[in-house]
Design a protein around this ligand. Structure first.
Ligand SMILES: [Zn+2]
Length: 253
Protein backbone atom coordinates (compact mmCIF):
# COMPACT_ATOMS: atom_id res chain seq x y z
CA UNK A 1 0.00 0.00 0.00
CA UNK A 2 1.24 3.47 -0.85
CA UNK A 3 0.20 6.88 0.44
CA UNK A 4 0.68 8.88 -2.76
CA UNK A 5 0.05 12.29 -1.22
CA UNK A 6 0.76 13.68 2.22
CA UNK A 7 2.50 16.52 4.02
CA UNK A 8 4.43 15.01 6.89
CA UNK A 9 7.00 17.76 6.53
CA UNK A 10 4.45 20.11 8.20
CA UNK A 11 5.01 21.40 11.72
CA UNK A 12 2.03 19.30 12.93
CA UNK A 13 4.54 16.41 13.02
CA UNK A 14 7.48 18.20 14.60
CA UNK A 15 7.02 16.43 17.94
CA UNK A 16 6.59 12.86 16.72
CA UNK A 17 7.53 12.66 13.04
CA UNK A 18 9.75 9.60 13.54
CA UNK A 19 6.91 7.71 15.24
CA UNK A 20 4.52 8.61 12.43
CA UNK A 21 7.05 7.33 9.87
CA UNK A 22 7.63 4.18 11.91
CA UNK A 23 3.89 3.41 11.98
CA UNK A 24 3.78 4.01 8.22
CA UNK A 25 6.71 1.65 7.63
CA UNK A 26 4.87 -1.10 9.50
CA UNK A 27 1.90 -0.97 7.11
CA UNK A 28 2.97 0.68 3.85
CA UNK A 29 5.41 0.13 0.99
CA UNK A 30 6.11 3.82 0.39
CA UNK A 31 4.96 7.40 0.94
CA UNK A 32 5.05 10.37 -1.39
CA UNK A 33 5.42 13.72 0.34
CA UNK A 34 4.24 16.72 -1.67
CA UNK A 35 5.76 20.15 -1.27
CA UNK A 36 3.55 23.24 -1.39
CA UNK A 37 6.05 26.13 -1.34
CA UNK A 38 9.75 26.78 -1.76
CA UNK A 39 10.29 26.35 1.98
CA UNK A 40 8.28 23.14 2.13
CA UNK A 41 10.03 21.81 -1.00
CA UNK A 42 13.37 22.14 0.82
CA UNK A 43 11.95 20.18 3.78
CA UNK A 44 10.53 17.50 1.49
CA UNK A 45 13.96 16.93 -0.10
CA UNK A 46 15.60 16.64 3.34
CA UNK A 47 12.97 14.20 4.57
CA UNK A 48 13.16 11.98 1.50
CA UNK A 49 16.97 11.96 1.63
CA UNK A 50 16.82 10.82 5.25
CA UNK A 51 14.31 8.04 4.45
CA UNK A 52 15.47 7.06 0.98
CA UNK A 53 13.54 4.21 -0.70
CA UNK A 54 10.56 4.77 1.57
CA UNK A 55 9.73 8.48 1.36
CA UNK A 56 9.72 9.91 -2.17
CA UNK A 57 9.62 13.62 -2.98
CA UNK A 58 7.21 15.57 -5.13
CA UNK A 59 7.88 19.31 -5.39
CA UNK A 60 5.11 21.82 -5.90
CA UNK A 61 3.58 25.20 -5.40
CA UNK A 62 0.10 25.13 -3.85
CA UNK A 63 -2.50 27.14 -5.79
CA UNK A 64 -4.08 28.83 -2.75
CA UNK A 65 -0.91 29.83 -0.97
CA UNK A 66 0.91 30.66 -4.20
CA UNK A 67 -1.59 33.04 -5.81
CA UNK A 68 -0.15 36.07 -4.01
CA UNK A 69 3.49 35.14 -4.51
CA UNK A 70 5.95 37.51 -6.06
CA UNK A 71 7.51 36.80 -9.43
CA UNK A 72 10.93 36.33 -7.84
CA UNK A 73 9.52 33.75 -5.39
CA UNK A 74 7.94 31.89 -8.27
CA UNK A 75 11.15 31.96 -10.31
CA UNK A 76 13.20 30.74 -7.37
CA UNK A 77 10.77 27.85 -6.82
CA UNK A 78 10.93 26.87 -10.45
CA UNK A 79 14.72 26.97 -10.40
CA UNK A 80 14.81 24.79 -7.27
CA UNK A 81 12.36 22.38 -8.91
CA UNK A 82 14.40 22.11 -12.10
CA UNK A 83 17.65 21.71 -10.12
CA UNK A 84 16.07 18.71 -8.38
CA UNK A 85 14.12 17.32 -11.32
CA UNK A 86 16.14 14.09 -11.55
CA UNK A 87 15.46 13.23 -7.90
CA UNK A 88 11.71 13.78 -7.71
CA UNK A 89 8.85 11.43 -8.56
CA UNK A 90 6.39 14.15 -9.63
CA UNK A 91 5.72 17.88 -9.88
CA UNK A 92 3.02 18.80 -7.39
CA UNK A 93 1.00 19.71 -5.77
CA UNK A 94 0.31 22.43 -8.30
CA UNK A 95 -2.98 23.48 -9.82
CA UNK A 96 -5.99 25.71 -9.27
CA UNK A 97 -8.54 25.96 -6.48
CA UNK A 98 -11.94 27.40 -7.39
CA UNK A 99 -13.43 26.36 -4.05
CA UNK A 100 -11.43 28.83 -1.99
CA UNK A 101 -10.70 31.35 -4.71
CA UNK A 102 -13.72 33.05 -6.28
CA UNK A 103 -12.10 36.23 -7.55
CA UNK A 104 -11.73 36.20 -11.33
CA UNK A 105 -8.33 37.87 -11.56
CA UNK A 106 -6.89 35.63 -8.83
CA UNK A 107 -8.20 32.59 -10.71
CA UNK A 108 -6.43 33.87 -13.82
CA UNK A 109 -3.22 34.26 -11.82
CA UNK A 110 -3.56 30.67 -10.55
CA UNK A 111 -3.99 29.42 -14.08
CA UNK A 112 -0.97 31.39 -15.27
CA UNK A 113 1.25 29.93 -12.50
CA UNK A 114 -0.17 26.43 -12.99
CA UNK A 115 0.55 26.60 -16.74
CA UNK A 116 4.23 27.32 -16.05
CA UNK A 117 4.46 24.13 -13.97
CA UNK A 118 2.57 22.11 -16.58
CA UNK A 119 5.13 23.27 -19.13
CA UNK A 120 8.01 22.10 -16.92
CA UNK A 121 6.33 18.69 -16.49
CA UNK A 122 5.93 18.48 -20.25
CA UNK A 123 9.48 19.66 -21.07
CA UNK A 124 11.16 17.34 -18.55
CA UNK A 125 8.64 14.49 -18.95
CA UNK A 126 7.79 14.26 -15.25
CA UNK A 127 4.41 13.15 -13.79
CA UNK A 128 2.09 16.00 -12.80
CA UNK A 129 0.28 15.82 -9.46
CA UNK A 130 -2.59 18.30 -9.50
CA UNK A 131 -4.72 20.01 -6.87
CA UNK A 132 -7.69 21.20 -8.95
CA UNK A 133 -10.58 21.58 -6.56
CA UNK A 134 -13.89 22.57 -8.18
CA UNK A 135 -12.18 23.06 -11.55
CA UNK A 136 -11.48 19.46 -12.55
CA UNK A 137 -12.97 19.82 -16.02
CA UNK A 138 -11.03 23.02 -16.75
CA UNK A 139 -7.82 21.36 -15.58
CA UNK A 140 -8.49 18.29 -17.73
CA UNK A 141 -9.07 20.45 -20.81
CA UNK A 142 -5.86 22.32 -20.08
CA UNK A 143 -3.55 19.32 -19.56
CA UNK A 144 -4.95 17.49 -22.58
CA UNK A 145 -2.98 19.99 -24.69
CA UNK A 146 0.33 18.57 -23.44
CA UNK A 147 1.41 15.30 -24.98
CA UNK A 148 4.72 14.67 -23.20
CA UNK A 149 3.64 14.50 -19.57
CA UNK A 150 4.01 10.79 -18.74
CA UNK A 151 1.28 10.66 -16.07
CA UNK A 152 -1.40 13.03 -14.81
CA UNK A 153 -2.78 12.63 -11.29
CA UNK A 154 -5.95 14.32 -10.05
CA UNK A 155 -5.13 14.45 -6.34
CA UNK A 156 -8.17 13.92 -4.11
CA UNK A 157 -10.53 13.77 -7.09
CA UNK A 158 -13.91 15.33 -6.34
CA UNK A 159 -15.21 16.33 -9.76
CA UNK A 160 -18.19 15.00 -11.68
CA UNK A 161 -18.61 11.43 -12.88
CA UNK A 162 -18.80 12.80 -16.41
CA UNK A 163 -15.31 14.32 -16.12
CA UNK A 164 -14.06 11.15 -14.39
CA UNK A 165 -15.22 9.14 -17.41
CA UNK A 166 -13.24 11.44 -19.70
CA UNK A 167 -10.20 11.00 -17.43
CA UNK A 168 -10.56 7.22 -17.70
CA UNK A 169 -10.36 7.47 -21.50
CA UNK A 170 -6.64 8.19 -21.08
CA UNK A 171 -4.49 5.26 -19.95
CA UNK A 172 -1.99 7.54 -18.22
CA UNK A 173 -4.50 9.64 -16.24
CA UNK A 174 -5.23 8.76 -12.59
CA UNK A 175 -7.49 9.92 -9.76
CA UNK A 176 -6.41 9.57 -6.17
CA UNK A 177 -8.88 8.88 -3.38
CA UNK A 178 -8.22 9.66 0.24
CA UNK A 179 -9.34 8.74 3.74
CA UNK A 180 -12.11 11.26 3.06
CA UNK A 181 -13.90 8.24 1.57
CA UNK A 182 -14.65 7.23 5.16
CA UNK A 183 -17.11 10.12 5.63
CA UNK A 184 -17.80 11.79 2.28
CA UNK A 185 -20.92 10.53 0.52
CA UNK A 186 -19.87 12.36 -2.64
CA UNK A 187 -16.60 10.43 -2.85
CA UNK A 188 -18.29 7.16 -1.93
CA UNK A 189 -20.75 7.65 -4.82
CA UNK A 190 -17.88 8.47 -7.19
CA UNK A 191 -15.68 5.48 -6.39
CA UNK A 192 -18.57 3.11 -7.20
CA UNK A 193 -18.06 3.99 -10.86
CA UNK A 194 -14.30 4.45 -11.12
CA UNK A 195 -12.17 1.66 -12.54
CA UNK A 196 -9.41 0.56 -10.14
CA UNK A 197 -7.01 0.84 -13.08
CA UNK A 198 -7.20 4.62 -12.69
CA UNK A 199 -7.11 4.77 -8.89
CA UNK A 200 -4.37 5.81 -6.48
CA UNK A 201 -4.72 6.07 -2.71
CA UNK A 202 -3.65 8.88 -0.40
CA UNK A 203 -4.28 10.54 2.95
CA UNK A 204 -3.39 14.22 2.34
CA UNK A 205 -2.15 14.11 5.96
CA UNK A 206 -2.45 16.07 8.20
CA UNK A 207 -5.83 16.79 6.56
CA UNK A 208 -8.82 14.58 5.75
CA UNK A 209 -8.70 12.23 8.74
CA UNK A 210 -11.62 9.88 9.37
CA UNK A 211 -13.03 12.42 11.81
CA UNK A 212 -12.54 16.10 11.16
CA UNK A 213 -10.84 16.92 14.49
CA UNK A 214 -8.14 14.29 14.18
CA UNK A 215 -4.67 14.73 12.66
CA UNK A 216 -4.34 12.29 9.78
CA UNK A 217 -1.23 10.17 9.10
CA UNK A 218 0.00 8.01 6.19
CA UNK A 219 -0.68 4.64 7.91
CA UNK A 220 -4.40 5.53 7.72
CA UNK A 221 -4.36 5.04 3.95
CA UNK A 222 -5.39 1.47 4.85
CA UNK A 223 -8.83 2.90 5.71
CA UNK A 224 -9.22 4.39 2.24
CA UNK A 225 -8.35 1.00 0.70
CA UNK A 226 -10.84 -0.76 2.97
CA UNK A 227 -13.60 1.64 1.99
CA UNK A 228 -12.87 1.12 -1.73
CA UNK A 229 -12.98 -2.67 -1.21
CA UNK A 230 -16.28 -2.40 0.66
CA UNK A 231 -17.95 -0.10 -1.89
CA UNK A 232 -16.70 -1.96 -4.97
CA UNK A 233 -17.40 -5.28 -3.26
CA UNK A 234 -13.96 -6.76 -3.90
CA UNK A 235 -11.19 -8.16 -1.69
CA UNK A 236 -8.97 -5.69 0.12
CA UNK A 237 -5.98 -7.65 -1.23
CA UNK A 238 -7.02 -6.84 -4.79
CA UNK A 239 -7.49 -3.13 -4.04
CA UNK A 240 -4.07 -3.12 -2.38
CA UNK A 241 -2.35 -4.95 -5.22
CA UNK A 242 -3.86 -2.92 -8.07
CA UNK A 243 -3.48 0.53 -6.48
CA UNK A 244 0.07 -0.23 -5.30
CA UNK A 245 1.03 -1.35 -8.80
CA UNK A 246 -0.56 1.80 -10.24
CA UNK A 247 1.49 3.98 -7.88
CA UNK A 248 4.71 2.07 -8.61
CA UNK A 249 4.18 2.56 -12.32
CA UNK A 250 3.13 6.24 -12.18
CA UNK A 251 5.93 7.37 -9.88
CA UNK A 252 8.50 4.82 -11.06
CA UNK A 253 9.24 3.60 -7.54
ZN1 LIG B 1 -2.12 18.17 -0.28
Amino acid sequence: MIDTHCHIDFEEYDDDRDKVIKRAREKLDAIIVSGISLESNHDVIKLSDKHASFIYPSLGFHPVSSQNCSDSELKESQKHLIDNIKNIVAIGEVGMDFFYVKDKSLRERQKEIFTKFIEIANDYKVPLLMHVRDCEKKALNLVLNYEDIPYIIFHCYGGSLKTARRIMERDNYYMSFSTMLCYSQKHQDLIKNISLDHVLTETDSPYLAMTKEERNEPANVVNACKKIAEIQNIDLDIVDKVTTNNARKVFNI
